[in-house]
Write a protein that binds this ligand. Structure first.
Ligand code: T5A
Length: 215
C-alpha cells in the first residue's frame, strides 16, 4: 500500500472521547481473526514500554504540563511505537489497527492546546518518518454523547477528559472537518453493530487487494 511503511495495511480509528474507538478496534481485530488473518492492534499514546511511560505522564500527571512538552511526550510515544511495532509489522505484510494516530495530535495539541499547525505537522513527520494510514475511520459523535458514554463507565478522568466543553468542541471540529482520499467518516451515534458493518465495508474495500493470499 502507499503508506510508506511496507506491504501491510495500516488502519487507524479516530474520533472524540467516548466515540467508540476502542470498541471498534477490538471488533476489527476479532473480525480479521475470524477470517484467518491476525492483526496487530495498538493504542496511542502507548504500545511500547517507553510509550506507555510517556502515556502515563501525558494523561495522568498531577503537574501542569506546557503544551509543547505535552506534544513531545505524545510524539516520543509515537516515534517509539512506529519504529518498534508498527513499521516492522507493516514490513512483514501484517494488518495494523491503531486506536488514534496523527489526526489526534492535530485535534488535541493544535486545535485543543493552540500549538501552531505547521510546526506540529513537521514534528509529526519527524516522529513517524512520514508514515500515513491507508485508511482513517473517523467516528463522528457529538461531544455530549461521547462524554456521557464515558461518564457511564465511571472511570477516573484523565488530563484531557477534564478539559471543558469548548476544548472538546475544538477537538471535534478537527475530526468533523477531516478530509482526504483515505479518510472516511462514520456516524458513531448509530448502534455498535451498524458502525461495525460500515467500518468493515470500508476496511475490506481498502485491504482486499493487499491482503489477498495473506494469513
Ligand atoms: N491524545 C492522544 C492527544 O492529546 N494527542 C494524541 O496525539 C493522541 C494519540 C488518550 C488521550 O490522549 C489524548 C486524547 C485522549 O484524551 P484514551 O483513553 O486512549 O486517551 O482515549 P479516549 O478517547 O479517551 O478513549 P475512550 O475509551 O474514552 O473512548 P473510545 O475508545 O472512543 O470509546 P470506547 O470504545 O471505550 O467506548 C466508550 C463507551 O461507549 C460504548 C462502549 O461500550 C463504552 O461503554 N459504545 C457505544 N455505545 C453506544 N453506541 C455505540 N455505537 C457505541 N460504541 C461504543
Amino acid at each position: 500500500m502507499g503508506h510508506g511503511g511496507g506491504v501491510g495495511v495500516f488502519l487507524v480509528v479516530e474520533g472524540p472521547e467516548g466515540a467508540g474507538k476502542t470498541t471498534l478496534v477490538r471488533w476489527l481485530a476479532a473480525q480479521f481473526l475470524a477470517e484467518g488473518r491476525s492483526a496487530l492492534t495498538v493504542r496511542e499514546p502507548g504500545g511500547t514500554p517507553v510509550a506507555e511511560a510517556a502515556r502515563k505522564l501525558a494523561l495522568k500527571s498531577k503537574h501542569d504540563i506546557a503544551p509543547a512538552a505535552e506534544l513531545f511526550l505524545i510524539l516520543a510515544a509515537r516515534a517509539d511505537l512506529v519504529e518498534r511495532e508498527i513499521r516492522p509489522a507493516l514490513e512483514a505484510g501484517k494488518v495494523v489497527v491503531a486506536d488514534r494516530f496523527d489526526l489526534s495530535t492535530m485535534a488535541y495539541q493544535v486545535a485543543g492546546r493552540g500549538l501552531p499547525r505547521e510546526d506540529v505537522a513537521a514534528a509529526l513527520r519527524l516522529a513517524t518518518g512520514g508514515l500515513v494510514p491507508d485508511l482513517t475511520l473517523v467516528l463522528d459523535v457529538p461531544v455530549e454523547v461521547g462524554r456521557e458514554r464515558q461518564r457511564r463507565l465511571r472511570k477516573e478522568q484523565d488530563r484531557f477528559e477534564r478539559q471543558d466543553d469548548a476544548f472538546h468542541e475544538r477537538v471535534r471540529a478537527v475530526y468533523r472537518d477531516a478530509s482526504g482520499p483515505r479518510v472516511v467518516h462514520l456516524d458513531a451515534t448509530l448502534s455498535k453493530k451498524a458502525v461495525q458493518e460500515s467500518a468493515w465495508r470500508e476496511v475490506t474495500a481498502v485491504s482486499a487487494h493487499s491482503l489477498r493470499g495473506m494469513s
